[in-house]
Design a protein. Structure first.
Ligand SMILES: Nc1nc2c(ncn2[C@@H]2O[C@H](COP(=O)(O)OP(=O)(O)OP(=O)(O)O)[C@@H](O)[C@H]2O)c(=O)[nH]1
Ligand SMILES: [Mg+2]
Length: 444
């Protein structure tokens, strides 16, 4: 074990709840429990004990305590979990008591960081814990669970092993400087590097879906005033979030809400209608709308399908990023739109919702690998590392093909190896670790 101090954290949200939970991890965890807990028997590993927690002045609460003996615990250290009645003051009193007894207040993600450093999980699994806590849809939850189970880590470890084998081969030639890599071995190594490249590409192809699952698909609803943008937001959301009125220019500020489209978290953003205006507030709304357009993953261009098509379209509705929504078709579709591929929609009649959801789904899942069939979806950090690996592998491959000296090939392979290793945490980079674990909540 690496640490000699014991950390404590309130592991439940601060507020009134049926239960509150405090966790302790470290070499003094059991000792702190023993002096504060009064029960029928001394705490045994993997048993739940009922009793009371006392401070100097007497009983604080009736509690249940669980003792997880190292190394069979979340962090790999001695861990104690105490659950009690979830009052705000009570939680603070018990927490303060543990601090007085020698524990230190844990920082964000410190429990998981210890779990990682004690070899209980690799870095992708630690990040899976964070994804699990933050998941907003079933699909995101499933991807997080897959990552937590170690599936991504496993495939990266296999990749590393393949790279190590290739490297060992190449380095064997360095030790015998008179030998060049013989053509047969050279060909074999080329094939193996190409296999590694395929694997890296496969993982990289899940980056976009991973980003959407973690952060939501930024979807901006835009169009002329009064076409029904806010009505569309309200309909998709299922309640009246935005003000709808028959006056053009109703929406000013942008309004953001997250919905779940078949497991994809979609961050819907309603914006001010685009038009020339002398109204300062409206112009500010339009300025914000343009800013949002620049940030969007997907654009829902809403038009009034019962009216003639405007001379000028606001966006390239043929672009892969844009879906055209022909709203108000309950009033009849204007002949201008007859051949339009836009989705026929009516907010008042609630028509076209399924078609729109299907179109959003296809935009996200359409190209490349389907997340349903995949078991991993990498995050931005993984993507960055794997892109470095991609570059290094490409270099290694062309060096191999051009019979460059083994020393150079070995350097390139090592770069690829390090980049892949960094994904699972097989590098000693304080900075990387600090950055990852600081995103966690305290107590995790
Ligand atoms: N008949 C019909 N009316 C609709 C439909 N959708 C919206 N409306 C009406 O159109 C008017 C404008 O709707 P909003 O949702 O406020 O339109 P908007 O695009 O957000 O307008 P701004 O915020 O002003 O840009 C309201 O009177 C709605 O009731 C529809 O599908 N059919
Ligand atoms: Mg509006």
């Amino acid at each position: 074990m690496i640490y000699n101090d014991t950390i404590a954290a309130i592991s439940t949200p601060i507020g009134e709840g049926a239960l509150g939970v405090i966790r302790l991890s470290g070499p003094q965890a059991l000792e702190i429990l023993k002096v504060t807990f009064h029960g029928a028997a001394a705490p045994q590993p993997r048993r739940v004990h009922y009793g009371e927690v006392h401070d100097q002045s007497g009983k604080l609460d009736s509690v249940l305590v669980t003792y997880f003996q190292a190394p069979k615990s979340y962090t790999g250290e001695d861990v104690v979990e105490v659950s009690f009645h979830g009052g705000i003051l009570l939680t603070q009193r018990i927490f303060q008591l543990f601090l007085q007894m020698g524990a230190r207040a844990a920082g964000p993600g410190e429990f998981t960081q210890r779990a990682f450093l004690n070899g209980k999980m690799d870095l992708t699994q630690a990040e899976g814990v964070l994804d699990l806590i933050k998941a907003q849809t079933d699909l995101a939850l499933r991807a997080a669970n897959e990552q937590l189970s170690g599936r991504l880590g496993q495939s990266l470890i296999e990749l590393r092993e393949k790279l190590l084998t290739i490297l060992a081969h190449v380095e064997a030639y360095i030790d015998f400087p008179d030998d060049e890599i013989d053509p047969e071995t050279g060909q074999l190594l080329i094939e193996r590097v190409e296999q590694c490249q395929t694997q890296v590409e496969r993982l990289l192809s899940t980056a976009e879906q991973g980003r959407v699952l973690r952060h939501g698909l930024r979807t901006v609803i835009f169009g002329a005033p009064n076409v029904g943008k806010s009505s569309l937001l309200n309909l998709l959301l299922g309640y009246d979030r935005a003000i709808v009125s028959a006056f053009p220019g109703t929406t000013r500020d942008t309004i953001e809400e997250v919905i779940n489209v078949r497991g994809i978290p979609v961050r819907l953003i309603d914006t001010a209608g685009i038009r020339e205006s002398n109204d300062q507030l409206e112009n500010e709304g339009i300025r914000r709308m343009y800013w949002q357009l620049g940030q969007a993953d997907l654009l829902l261009c809403v038009v009034d399908g019962s009216q003639p098509a405007p001379d000028q379209q606001f966006a390239d509705v043929g672009s892969a990023k844009t879906l055209l929504v022909l709203n108000k078709i309950d009033l009849g579709l204007h002949p201008d739109w007859t051949n339009s591929p836009g989705i026929r929609f009516s907010c008042t009649e609630q028509m076209g919702k399924e078609e729109l959801n299907a179109a959003i789904w296809t935009k996200v899942m359409g190209g490349g690998v389907r997340l349903e069939d995949m078991h991993v979806a990498i995050n931005a950090r993984h993507q960055q590392c794997l892109m470095e690996a991609r570059v290094a592998l490409k270099e290694a491959l062309s060096s191999l093909k051009e019979d460059v000296s083994p020393e150079f090939i070995s350097i390139e392979l090592r770069t690829a190896l390090d980049a892949v290793g960094e994904v699972v945490g097989k590098v000693d980079a304080e900075e990387v670790l600090g950055k990852i674990f600081s995103q966690f909540c305290i107590g995790k």
